[in-house]
Design a protein around this ligand. Structure first.
Ligand code: SF4
Ligand code: SF4
Length: 154
């Protein structure tokens, strides 16, 4: 039976900078991060690793079995529902693929430096939009991630 790790290796949205800019890290695990070739930074006073992650190849974590606790701790809402059995693997995979499709459209409509979702969202928050199509593409990405992938807002 397909599991969360099967979904994650086809996804990578929480590692490629689509969902987050950083993974939290603990000082006690500094050597683990360094042994994996993943440099840590201090972000807003917190130790963290900047995304996209160097150990992601395509959509797949190449150090999945050794990934630090900051990586292990996060399971998205979609993944949690897959683990609980409230969503099946085909539906979960389809949701991930649709998110990736929308992100690809965004990247085409709104070329930026760095991870496209985070970078374009920062631009949007500053009130800068290159075009109505780019704005719509970003809205489509967030709508899908919020509805299908992220944890719902409390
Ligand atoms: S966003 Fe969810 S499904 Fe995708 S890699 Fe992260 S935990 Fe796995
Ligand atoms: S180490 Fe693996 S799980 Fe952690 S951010 Fe990098 S690619 Fe993702």
């Amino acid at each position: 039976m397909a599991t969360l790790s099967d979904l994650c290796v086809a996804c990578g949205l929480c590692c490629d900078g689509s969902l987050f800019r950083f993974v939290p890290a603990k000082e006690a695990e500094r050597e683990t991060w360094e042994a994996l070739g993943l440099p840590l930074v201090v972000q807003s006073g917190q130790l963290a690793m900047a995304l996209p992650c160097r150990r992601l190849e395509g959509r797949c974590c190449t150090v999945y079995a050794q990934r630090p606790s900051g990586c292990r701790a996060y399971v998205c809402w979609l993944g949690k529902r897959l683990e609980e059995g409230t969503v099946g693997f085909p539906e979960a995979l389809s949701a991930v693929q649709e998110a990736q499709r929308r992100i690809a459209v965004l990247a085409k409509e709104w070329p930026v430096e760095g991870p496209v979702v985070q970078a374009t969202t920062a631009e949007a928050l500053a009130g800068r939009f290159p075009s109505a199509r780019a704005q719509k593409a970003l809205e489509d990405v967030h709508a899908w991630l919020d509805e299908r992938v992220h944890w719902p807002d409390p």
